[in-house]
Design a protein around this ligand. Structure first.
Ligand SMILES: NC(=O)c1ccc[n+]([C@@H]2O[C@H](COP(=O)([O-])OP(=O)(O)OC[C@H]3O[C@@H](n4cnc5c(N)ncnc54)[C@H](O)[C@@H]3O)[C@@H](O)[C@H]2O)c1
Length: 359
């Protein structure tokens, strides 16, 4: 069997991580083409990653190459439209989080993929991060007894591109951007159990001059297996990226973090090239990450989807999982609006999730 051809949509932050991940860690695949709206930028991106074709038009990419998989790395509000095009063109699709802006868009994508007989994978890399998977395996083996509480948190001082702060292009703030990781990971750990309620507290504490979106949030999600889950997500924390989990059981506890605990501890008078995502300055004491993409699970996630396509297997994280996460986010915004715990499932007719809270 020849290589599986990837068509990458986007040439920004996450597209860069995906391109690096394929070329270093997924030998069965090659990125055959990339789409970007800015021809100079996408041309330079293609050159730096050795990608043979760069397009300024998604239809041309879909028509012009023998693409097997479309890898969606565009801003949230473009997910649905571009994914529908890819499905219509008969391509398998892997889609970055969050799945899309609305439950209706999610249903349409899931339905179209089923009818077209193509795979639609939700790219939640935390389900592939080696350290977190080690934790899941030891918890499943009984190391901490019966689990009664989970916590996942992801925090930095705010995203790198303006579209994240615009409710119509992002759909919402840090819960859409990073809370979605926690919610899918809770599902992953609570395999088979259902979220039954959500209570949320959200504020805009640091970026209120540029956005109405939430930038500091807590969500408490109860599952029907009795496990209570706490998601802490922030765009208002200085000092670089923080991503961690805690699992509490009747016979033990386990903590893991993807950045600090995986870093060199460095002191530098003058600073250096790069410490970690959104660290800002690198003078003084810093946490210096290594193999950032690998430790977060991106290559493993992409390799998994490539193997699903090549061997006709169902992905272990699907668009249905992404939809479930989006539905809990809807409930979380309803909880902030009402100040009450919201029973799940919760649905509303909106253009984007933040509208549930802000109108
Ligand atoms: N899994 C993760 O942890 C993770 C991390 C970062 C981003 N993401 C997700 O990946 C997606 C992209 O995020 P990013 O950080 O790469 O964003 P980015 O802003 O760095 O890059 C976005 C890309 O989309 C292009 N783009 C922007 N507006 C466009 C438009 N109107 N038409 C066509 N192209 C347009 C930009 O030119 C750029 O190539 C988002 O859905 C985001 O939530 C996931």
């Amino acid at each position: 069997m020849g290589k599986t051809n990837i068509g990458l949509l986007g040439s920004g932050f996450i597209a860069n991580i995906h391109a690096e991940s394929y070329s270093r860690f997924v030998p069965e695949a090659r990125v055959a083409a990339v789409y970007g709206r800015d021809s100079a930028h996408v041309g330079a991106f293609a050159k730096s990653h050795g990608i043979p074709k760069a397009y300024g038009d998604i239809d041309a990419l879909l028509a012009g190459e023998d693409i097997d998989i479309v890898d969606m790395c565009l801003p949230n509000y473009l997910h649905h439209g571009a994914v529908m095009k890819a499905i219509k063109a008969g391509k398998h699709v892997i889609i970055e989080k969050p799945l899309c802006l609305t439950l209706e868009e999610a249903d349409e994508m899931i339905d179209a993929a089923k009818k077209a007989g193509v795979l639609l994978m939700y790219a939640e890399e935390l389900c592939f991060a080696p350290k977190y998977e080690r934790v899941r395996a030891l918890v499943e083996a009984g190391a901490v007894g019966k689990v009664y509480q989970l916590k996942q948190s992801e925090k930095h001082n705010g995203p790198h591109s303006p579209w994240f702060y615009n409710k119509e292009t992002s759909g919402g703030g840090v819960v859409m951007d990073m809370g979605c990781h926690a919610l899918t990971w809770f599902d992953w750990m609570n395999k088979g159990a259902k979220p039954v309620s959500v209570y949320a507290d959200m504020k805009t504490v640091m970026h209120g001059d540029i956005t109405e979106c939430d930038d500091s949030t807590l969500m408490i999600v109860e599952y029907d297996n009795g496990v209570t889950c706490l998601a802490e997500d922030s765009w208002a924390k200085h000092g670089g990226m923080d991503d961690r989990i805690e699992v509490y059981g009747t016979k033990g506890v386990t903590y893991a973090d993807l950045f600090r605990g995986n870093s060199a501890l460095t002191y530098s008078l003058d600073g250096y090239d790069y410490a970690m995502e959104k660290a800002g300055a690198s003078q003084g004491w810093t946490f210096t990450v290594f193999e950032e993409a690998f430790n977060q699970g991106y290559p493993q996630e992409l390799a998994h989807f490539v193997s699903c396509v090549r061997e006709g297997k169902t992905p272990i994280v699907t668009a249905e999982d992404g939809r479930k996460t989006l539905a809990v986010i809807y409930g979380a915004y309803e909880s902030v609006r009402t100040g009450a715990k919201v029973k799940l499932p919760f649905a509303a007719k909106v253009k984007y999730p933040l509208q549930i809270w802000k109108g």
